[in-house]
Design a protein around this ligand. Structure first.
Ligand code: NA7
Length: 546
């Protein structure tokens, strides 16, 4: 049975994933009357929705963690270095129960609209269940990658078999055994699906547009020894992780220019052998800025990939080419025998680079040249409207009738990625222009953002005010700093969800802050310490929510 939503409340949190759960907990600790709602039937966010075969962490389990409570950290034990969706979902249930969050969550409840009342300084929120809620603070913990691009091809509805987006994969699964299956997309998601289902299905046809740089994952099982190893390091992890460049435990330590080619190679080999994202996030930071370094490291990875594939046709389809884009300028997936999957007799790679998918027909996938690939099931691993997508799908009206979706259709601007000029008391996490999935261990960033939001609400109240809004000048300055930082990188030159180029018509901007997680944290903290100079605080006409 659905928990009823209170009609009047201090703070309403949208979403109960990694961010929303911790946000709700903190607001309650602050003494606020807080509540959360979620479209899903349970907690988990990303880890609720993405239950496709093979879904798993690419961050080490022991760092994709809440670090605010030592007991909460130490009382949970991971079974391996990179566990799968089911285990991660169980962990989030454990967190939810330990913090006793369920009593303040309404599931199966989608927020459809939110309107700011300038006179009372309150948000009026409506849901698809007919609820109308008045709240002082509205916090969108809606996820960076949670608005799936489900309608990607003409004719999808005509398909005779099952067609699903990975971000909406059914709980009961799809019974793929013995079926002819198509997978469209080879991002981090597609790769996990492909390597997992290849041995099960009768026939797998993979439609590959842009080939990916991939890194092999080393995923040892964790027993009591490993659990003791990471649990004993709790204090160390808590002090290092939040301040590294990417919110992982490792950081960039090498300087390309200082080393001989032989030594660089040795370092790349050593880090490659780690079987983690370290080659991307903690080898040579120059790869993000310097075309030559980027090319050398890219070629190092391409060489490894070619050696595994051998077949020139497969190499042509699956290995990025020199000049395409550099290693690490979009999300690097970890994989287990992904490339080897294509060496199986039942797996076919179809390049749709020059001969794109034209439509879905009742029998399967039709390419522009008229070729039809007949299949029973289509799995669309085609990605998300990242960063801005989830909040833009809610009808949010700020001051003077300003609509968030319309503003972001023109230009994706935020203040610190956590607020938006014109939308007082609307906070957000995982939103554009903050460090997030692109170059950050999500849990690190989401903890920092929710903590900043909580402290900000605490500070507003302590100052005798009710309402906060970033000034236009403050927001402009942040956007300018963000852009200058981003444009110095090769990321800005690459097409992918990192720059919004995967969604037709979306304004192009690097969505994640690229100045580093530690730097971002310091900047956010400095603003709070200085009394929020780039924000305007005010008293509302009504001090009571009701
Ligand atoms: P991504 O990384 O956006 O990948 C989507 C994939 O789908 C990518 O290979 C796309 O090719 C492909 N795609 C999208 N549209 C088409 C069409 N029309 N035709 C052919 N191929 C298409 O999404 P993921 O879900 O894999 O990963 C998202 C994030 O989730 C990931 O970065 C992690 O942080 C977790 P393209 O590259 O556009 O040529």
């Amino acid at each position: 049975k659905r928990n009823p939503l209170p009609t009047e409340i201090d703070a309403l949190v949208i979403g109960t994933g990694v961010a929303g759960l911790y946000q709700l907990h903190q607001l309650r600790e602050l003494g606020l009357n807080a509540h959360a709602c979620d479209t899903a039937t349970d907690v988990g966010g990303t880890w609720y929705w993405n239950r496709y075969p093979g879904a798993k962490f690419d961050s080490e389990s022991y760092i994709y963690q809440y670090l605010f409570d030592e007991r909460l950290y130490k009382d949970w034990t991971w079974s391996e270095r990179f566990p799968g969706q089911r285990e991660i979902e169980r962990w989030l249930h454990y967190v939810t129960d330990r913090l006793d969050l369920r009593r303040d969550i309404s599931f199966s409840t989608t927020i459809t609209s939110a309107r700011f009342d300038e006179v009372r300084g309150l948000w009026t929120v409506e849901t698809d269940q007919g609820d109308v809620v008045t709240t002082r603070y509205l916090i969108g913990c809606t996820g960076m990658l949670s608005a799936p691009l489900t309608e990607r091809f003409p004719g999808q509805a005509s398909f005779k078999g099952k067609i699903v987006h990975t971000g909406r994969y059914p709980k009961e699964g799809l019974a793929l055994e013995g079926k002819r299956v198509a997978v469209i997309g080879t991002g981090a998601t597609g790769i996990q699906v492909i390597q997992t289902i290849a041995p099960e299905v009768a026939q797998l046809t993979v439609f590959v547009r842009t080939p990916q740089y991939v890194l092999p994952m080393k995923n040892p099982k964790y027993g009591p020894k490993e659990a003791a190893w990471y649990k004993d390091r709790f204090d160390e992890l808590k002090t290092t992780i939040p301040h590294t460049f990417t919110g992982f435990e490792y950081d960039f330590e090498n300087t390309w220019a200082d080393l001989t080619p032989e030594r660089r190679r040795e370092i790349l080999e050593e880090i490659y052998a780690d079987g983690s994202l370290k080659l991307w996030l903690a080898s040579f930071v120059e790869m993000f800025f310097d075309e030559e370094v980027s090319e050398e490291i890219s070629e190092f990875v391409r060489e490894k990939m070619r050696a595994r594939l051998k077949d020139p046709r497969l190499i042509d389809i699956l290995v990025p080419k020199k000049g395409d884009y550099g290693f690490g300028t979009h999300r690097v997936p970890l994989e287990t025998q992904y490339l080897e999957a294509y060496l199986r007799d039942n797996v076919e790679a179809v390049s749709v680079r020059d001969n794109p998918i034209a439509e879905i027909v009742p029998e399967g996938v039709k390419l522009e040249d008229g070729t039809v690939y007949e299949v029973d099931t289509i799995i669309m691993a085609v990605g998300f409207d990242a960063g801005s997508g989830a909040l833009a799908r809610i009808d949010i009206t700020g001051r003077g009738g300003m609509k968030l979706a319309e503003e972001w259709r023109k230009d994706i601007r935020t203040m610190l990625g956590m607020m938006k000029h014109g939308f007082p008391n609307l906070f957000m996490t995982g939103a554009p222009l903050a460090p997030s999935a692109a170059l950050c261990n999500m849990t690190t960033c989401l903890q920092q953002q929710t903590e900043w939001i909580t402290n900000c609400i605490r500070d507003i109240r302590a100052s005798g005010n009710d309402v906060i809004e970033p000034t236009k000048e403050g927001e402009d300055a942040w956007v300018q700093h963000h852009d200058e930082t981003a444009e110095a990188t090769l990321i800005a030159k690459t097409d992918s969800w990192y720059t919004g180029s995967n969604v037709p018509g979306k304004p192009r901007r690097v969505l994640s802050y690229t100045g580093g997680v530690g730097v971002y944290r310091d900047k956010c903290e400095a603003i709070a310490k200085e009394g929020y100079p780039s924000f305007k605080m005010s008293k509302a006409k009504t001090t009571k929510v009701a």
